[in-house]
Design a protein around this ligand. Sequence first.
Ligand code: NDP
Length: 475
Amino acid sequence: MKTVMQSYPVNQVYIGGNFVTPHGSELFDLFNPVNGKLIGQVQLADEVDAEMAIAAAKSALPRWSATSKEVRIEALRRLQVSVAASKVDLLEAVTTEYGAPQRNSYMVDSTVTAFSNMIKTLEEFDFTRKIGRARVELAPVGVAGLITPWNSDAFFIADKLATALAAGCTVVIKPSEMSAMQTHVITKALHEAGLPKGVLNIVTGRGDVVGSAITRHPDVSKISFTGSTETGKIILSQAVETMKRVTLELGGKSPSIILDDADLEEAASGALMAGFANSGQACVAGTRILVPEKRLAEFLAIATEKMADFPVGDPRDPATAIGPMVSERQWNRVQRYIHRGVADGARIVVGGPGRPTEFPEGYFVRPTLFADVTNDMLIAREEIFGPVLSVITYRDENHAVEIANDSTYGLHAYVFSSDSERAGRIASRLEVGRVSINGAYEPLSPFGGFKQSGIGREYGAFGLEGFLEPRSIMA
Ligand code: NDP
């Protein structure tokens, strides 16, 4: 089998514009989620590597922060071209490493468009504003630490990097060690774009070692983190000592509200698609499907049929919509929640515990649809991070909004209706950072969460402002 591992051994980190062997010597095993077999090892960076990467970013900061908008746009263009040229390798890496279905090539496409989206933003962005007698300059915040999770690691690297560079920041990136392959592919592509040395540094290592060193370091001014709410809280507390600016993109338990006037065929397809995104391993997954009481039977019949449009299988099979879970740990976590749902009185409509019969090994789970779920059950409250969806009924619009907002999370919501004005009124009552009506999407609109889904926003101008400090000059 030709793997990305064979092409690029994962025993290097990227510091000061060079690929170097890390000072850290710990080896981390990588497993193929399709069969659970060992496919390689990553040599992890340690605190010494983190220190060196931060020093490189610090020394590159004065020059990069003084660059013009045109220079930054030109750099982003080169990065985009270079990453676009590595799309095939990137898709291979995400499939090998965490079982992302190749049918979902948007994972890779969005890694490329992260750069074009930021170019568009930068072209229209004004770094100086006038307020009364003051001229307000938006200055780069400084060295930024970017910490990314394994699910779509390359996209998060691209998006956070593009935004930080656009602002004039230099960066140290700490990707998940479970994403070593995609990290290596994208690092190679980013290197080929020829940024000034030290502007970009990438150190793959453990969160509690390298991540922690970055979040505590006095020379790092900003942390942009995507990952679990649990880790987000640790990072926030670590960053407070040096008063870092912090953007946290955390977990979710997003509602898909199906209004009583919705076309149920379309709404069921849309809700399943929102729930099964990235094999259910997506922070924005619509995992609570809110259905009007009086249309429940009709919805379940349609949704059961449409589950066949989301087959589980080998991620390399173009028909596959849902691949295996990333790890054995994640597989066990999903199983625990399915058992807990049954124990709490939810009814399995499709799926259930265990592996699909055709896939007796690896980390495959059975895509599961629960009915008779109440919003106080654990499966409706906690992020499962797998293809397990809960159908919850509501009496009327107010009840639907009440259930949707009754969550510690507030990342995303989906509304399905044949009346877009009515859907818009509901959307305005939801305590979430983003609402998609009938599947609509706008990549430049701010992304981030209310409540425990995070702090701050990414993407577009809002994302860019997260890497800037206003300086008022009054004369
Ligand atoms: P984690 O929170 O476990 O890890 C995310 C990153 O943080 C990893 O690189 C991890 O390193 C690092 N990390 C762990 N501990 C620390 C620490 N003490 N200091 C600094 N960094 C640390 O999340 P997962 O990787 O398991 O990703 C899944 C989670 O991410 C889900 O809960 C999901 O909801 C969330 N997510 C949120 C998104 C959003 O935009 N809101 C998008 C995608 C995912 P290591 O790998 O070594 O632990």
